[in-house]
Design a protein around this ligand. Structure first.
Ligand SMILES: NC(=O)c1ccc[n+]([C@@H]2O[C@H](COP(=O)([O-])OP(=O)(O)OC[C@H]3O[C@@H](n4cnc5c(N)ncnc54)[C@H](O)[C@@H]3O)[C@@H](O)[C@H]2O)c1
Length: 286
């Protein structure tokens, strides 16, 4: 490649990919402990009183972040706050239905008032009100699924970005699913919403890199939570799943929480626009 062509190639990359054009200097700390520390960081995790959201809050808190947990019911919030406090994690809790704009705004404003800012958003809340043939799904089903699983993830990001910019950067993690790669039978609209999050991750990452905000995604396989109990409680279904797995068991929420915390840490400082599949070795291709 001659010099003119090389210059064209490089400037095209920089124009189309602001991440590549980023010239921010990174400090070079030791590779151990300190890089994964989240001391001094403030993290919002949506739907974090149970399952993967709670495990993410624990993983972030264990690394020193102040976590703000939320879900729709006050009693669940109280339980999660008590649990995390008993684990010596710095925590604040509030109710939040991510499908409601006033709730999203209250969550963000409360976090800034109580904790002084926002560094991390884990968008974890999801619904699936429909099982069946995708051709039988209604407009109301699509509205609900897309509102909570996709639109709220974006709208939460839009709300936290100005606060992350004030702190000089931040990290956003969306929780997608293996179903986002290969639609699950009877879960068509839900699967499509999870594919949308893969696209949202890639659409936001270059734009937000200019503000030193990284945007990534995790796509869990079958994880043992309430959400998926219809799958893992049925031995026949589990046996069928195991055929597709290298690690022949269902995953645990902690195995997703740790990956989310990694993505929010300095260990992942050069990762943005990516989705990490955490599936026990299920093949994931779009
Ligand atoms: N468990 C799995 O096998 C699995 C696999 C792939 C992806 N996921 C994803 O992981 C995430 C967490 O699911 P989980 O398995 O921990 O189950 P979960 O049931 O513990 O978590 C889902 C949570 O979202 C909450 N939620 C639903 N609508 C909400 C709303 N409008 N506002 C606030 N919260 C709301 C629910 O109350 C629930 O607590 C979801 O995004 C799910 O799609 C789970």
């Amino acid at each position: 490649m001659d010099k003119v062509m090389l210059r064209c190639f490089v400037s095209r990359c920089l124009l189309t990919n602001p991440v590549a054009g980023q010239t921010r200097k990174m400090s070079r700390g030791s590779l151990a402990g300190s890089q994964s520390s989240l001391a001094g960081k403030v993290a919002i995790v949506t739907a974090s009183t149970d399952g993967i959201g709670l495990a993410a809050a624990q993983a972030l808190g264990q690394r020193g972040a102040h976590v703000v947990v939320s879900s729709r019911r006050q009693s669940n919030v109280d339980k999660a706050v008590a649990l995390l406090q008993s684990e010596k994690i710095q925590v604040t809790g509030t109710t939040c239905n991510v499908g409601k704009s006033e709730d999203r705004e209250r969550l963000v404003n409360m976090t800034v008032e109580h904790c002084g800012g926002i560094d991390i958003l884990v968008s974890n809340a999801a619904v699936n009100p429909f099982f069946g043939n995708i051709m039988d799904s209604t407009a109301a089903v699509w509205d609900k699924i897309l509102d909570v699983n996709v639109k709220a993830a974006f709208l939460m990001t839009q709300l936290v970005v100005p606060h992350m910019e004030k702190r000089g950067g931040g990290s956003v993690v969306f929780v997608s699913s293996v179903a986002g790669y290969q639609p699950m039978q009877a879960l068509g609209p839900y699967s499509v919403s999870k594919t949308a999050l893969l696209g949202l991750t890639r659409a936001l990452a270059p734009e937000l890199a200019q503000s030193h905000i990284r945007v990534n995604c995790v796509a869990p396989g079958v994880i043992k939570t309430r959400f998926s109990q219809a799958l893992w409680q049925d031995e026949d279904i589990v046996d069928e799943f195991k055929k597709q797995l290298s690690i022949k068991r269902v995953g645990e929420p902690e195995e997703i929480g740790g990956v989310i915390a990694f993505l929010c840490s300095k260990d992942a400082s050069y990762i943005t626009g990516e989705t990490i599949t955490v599936t026990g070795g299920m093949s994931c291709r779009l």
